[in-house]
Write a protein that binds this ligand. Structure first.
Ligand SMILES: *Cc1c(COP(=O)(O)O)cnc(C)c1O
Ligand SMILES: [Zn+2]
Length: 409
């Protein structure tokens, strides 16, 4: 049984039955899942959650599914106190939410676990997506587990690790000569024509709910409280919006106190439509043409950009961008200080956080959670030229000592 009651238009409030639809017929606003929070409040408690499995599905009551879930082991990833990185950045209470440690090495497993479950409930025999990289691998893996077909459309210039990391599950993988926004336009046409569950189109209202679990987990792992700041990488903007929704749901249910978390967006300077709109003081996104190594965040016309800006504004947050050089520096700093090898989105977050501290948006003693959303082994190209290659020696003591002397290691 599910506590979800309907799909509701985020603009006009009109309700729809829970079907594979994502847009309001009347005002074209996006649809969002609505819940019976009174019943959830009656049935859910901290103790009940604590006794549930250590996965994102421990919060099943707050997700829009009814039957058996498609779970490849996603969620309840570590929240680590990062004292070394905190010292570097001038923060005394910095935590990292390490979502590299999901089954396909990114937070996308959270959204896809919900989307694949829902697509199967709806009776689809195939799931599909447009992807900036991580979604491709996650959709392919969940389809493999669920016995669904997968149709996956990616920009042709993605990193090898993202392409291979999806291809290994043997989906129908199609590389398109175009950027994400162009691929997504094609997929919107396909979604009208083919009977597939497009996780980021007709299944999107359910899909996006999966990101709320990052908010739930962080609050639980902090001992049932919300952080002072959340620093989030932004592509479509859904992740940022849903972390905020998740925290506020917990508060509404009485599981945590009032939420005063400031939600901060970080983007790559080469694709920063949300940051630019924030700086211009508007909620209206001006689409850009992406040009950045942070391909997982390279959406020039973000579907939830408007709502991300509203959330930033409502929560008193800010926004900051990192250049490609800063992204590489951020990846290296995170690796060298905390032993976590993140992909480019992690570099965006670390360097974006540095800017937010420098600008005074985040103060030294406040509790900060930075969301590390994907693993660096998928974006080796980004750092290949900026790490030291190992010296090659012969298997002799003399050879070692010659090298050791020369290099003064
Ligand atoms: C997709 C993605 C994001 C951003 O997600 P949105 O909900 O589209 O804003 C962040 N980090 C990584 C690694 C991603 O793959
Ligand atoms: Zn509407």
């Amino acid at each position: 049984m599910s506590y979800a009651t309907a799909l509701r238009c985020r603009e006009c409030g009109r309700e729809y039955p829970q079907e594979p639809i994502n847009v309001c017929e009347v005002c074209f606003g996006p649809l969002e899942v609505a819940y019976d929070y009174e019943s959830i409040a009656r049935d859910l408690s901290r103790d009940k959650i604590a006794a549930a499995p250590a996965s994102m599905w421990r919060y099943k009551e707050l997700l829009p599914v009814s039957g058996e879930v498609i779970d490849i082991g996603t969620g309840f990833t570590p929240l680590t106190k990062a004292d070394n990185l905190g010292r570097e950045l001038g923060l005394r209470q910095l935590y990292l939410k390490n979502d590299c440690l999901n089954p396909t090495y990114s937070f996308k497993d959270r959204v896809v676990s919900v989307a694949a479950t829902k697509a199967k409930e709806f009776g689809f025999s195939a799931i599909a997506c447009t992807s900036t990289g991580n979604l491709a691998g996650s959709v392919a893996a969940h389809a493999a587990r669920a016995g669904l077909k997968a149709y996956i459309f990616i920009p042709a210039d993605l990193e090898q690790g993202k392409i291979l990391g999806a291809a290994i599950y043997n989906p129908t993988l199609i590389a398109v000569n175009g950027n994400y926004d162009e691929v997504n336009r094609l997929c919107n046409e396909l979604a009208d024509k083919y009977p597939w569950g497009f996780v980021n189109i007709n299944i999107r209202p359910y899909y996006a709910e999966g990101s709320k679990t990052l908010g739930y987990e962080v609050a639980e792992q902090l001992g049932w409280r919300a952080p002072d700041h959340a620093v989030v990488p932004v592509a479509s903007g859904a992740l940022l919006v849903k972390i905020w929704k998740g925290l506020n749901e917990l508060s509404m249910l009485g599981l945590i106190g009032p939420v005063s978390t400031r939600m901060h967006a970080t983007q790559a300077a080469g694709c920063a439509p949300v940051v630019e709109a924030f700086r211009a003081g508007t909620h209206i996104i001006r689409p850009v043409k992406p040009n950045t190594i942070a391909k997982s965040l390279a959406i020039g016309n973000p579907a939830d950009g408007y709502y991300a800006l509203k959330t930033i504004g409502e929560s008193g947050g800010a926004a900051s961008a990192a250049t490609d050089a800063e992204i590489v520096a951020g990846i290296k700093l995170l690796a060298e200080s905390e032993g976590i090898f993140a992909e480019t989105a992690g570099g965006v977050v670390v360097s974006g956080l540095r800017h937010l501290v420098a600008e005074g948006a985040i103060k030294r003693d406040e509790l900060v959670v930075a969301f590390i959303t994907g693993c660096g082994l998928k974006t080796l190209e980004a750092v290949a030229d900026s790490v030291v290659s190992p010296p090659i020696i012969q298997p002799t003591l003399a050879s070692f000592e010659q090298m050791y002397g020369e290099r003064a290691l």
